[in-house]
Design a protein around this ligand. Structure first.
Ligand code: PGA
Length: 259
């Protein structure tokens, strides 16, 4: 982690927790986080859509410095798109970060690079920050295809953005084989891909964008491996799935990343 970039630890709750359970979890997260140890870290939580309003109310009523995040958004501001949620609706709930192009959306719901690019642009247009996910499958990794896959997703997702936008956004490198499997990339492997991402951003969008874009690692991040990951110079935080549902463990991940 570079000292110039504030780490961002994001809890992706996926399709878990009713709005009542979400209230309980966010309260427990805020009690568990030691404010003295996390003043150098940005934290976001990404509840399902049905819990956003409840979590927003708790965060604002108790003045908790955790940013509200969403897990997805459509690219249009409104219209005949049954079942979709627009960036405008999220911005109205004071959502700050929106995960875009998570591998589960790409693999299970057919999201293409083009859709991801449109979503990234729409999230910016609504005044929020995208967390754009990229990552390779196990087959791609074993065939030596990590770099072309990740850089292809990166270039497609960032096409059309200006350098200021690129520099202000977040890219989450999430090797698909490490998500929910208990298998984490080694810190060295994760660092190598995150450095490649940063170098590609610098060469395509300028060194200022490359120096300020935040690159998270995601995939089975836990209290036991966060330290080694955060010690890497090009890893600026983590996108945490399963472990973010445990408020005590999530608080420990946040504390460790800031120490
Ligand atoms: P995991 O999920 O931490 O449960 O592996 C990470 C993610 O999918 O964002």
């Amino acid at each position: 982690m570079s000292t110039a970039r504030r780490p961002l630890i994001s809890g992706n709750w996926k399709m878990n927790l009713t709005h009542l359970e979400a209230i309980h979890v966010i309260q427990k997260v805020s009690y568990s986080i030691d404010p003295g140890r996390y003043s150098h870290v940005d934290v976001s939580v990404h509840p399902p859509f049905t819990a956003l309003r409840s979590v927003q109310t708790v965060l604002e009523a108790d003045d908790i410095s955790i940013a509200l995040g969403a897990q997805n958004a459509h690219w249009e501001p409104s219209g005949a798109y049954t079942g979709e949620i627009s960036p405008l609706m999220l911005a109205k709930l004071n959502v700050r970060y929106v995960i875009v192009g998570h591998s589960e959306r790409r693999q299970l719901f057919g999201e293409t690079d083009d859709m991801v690019a449109r979503k990234v642009a729409a999230v910016f247009k609504a005044g929020m920050t995208p967390i754009m996910c990229v990552g390779e499958t196990l087959e791609e990794r074993e065939a030596g295809g990590t770099e072309p896959r990740v850089l292809g997703q990166l270039q497609a997702g960032l096409a059309g953005l200006n350098p200021e936008q690129v520099g202000s956004m977040v890219v989450a490198y999430e090797p698909i084989w490490a998500i929910g499997t208990g298998r984490t990339a080694t810190p060295d492997d994760a660092q190598a891909v995150c450095a490649t991402i940063r170098a590609a951003v610098s060469s395509d969008h300028g060194s200022q964008a490359g120096g300020s874009i935040r690159v998270q690692y995601g995939g089975s991040v836990k209290r036991s491996n966060i330290g080694g990951l955060m010690a890497q110079p090009d890893i600026d935080g983590a996108l945490v799935g399963g472990a973010s549902l445990d408020p005590v463990e999530f608080a420990e991940i946040v504390a460790f990343s800031g120490s």
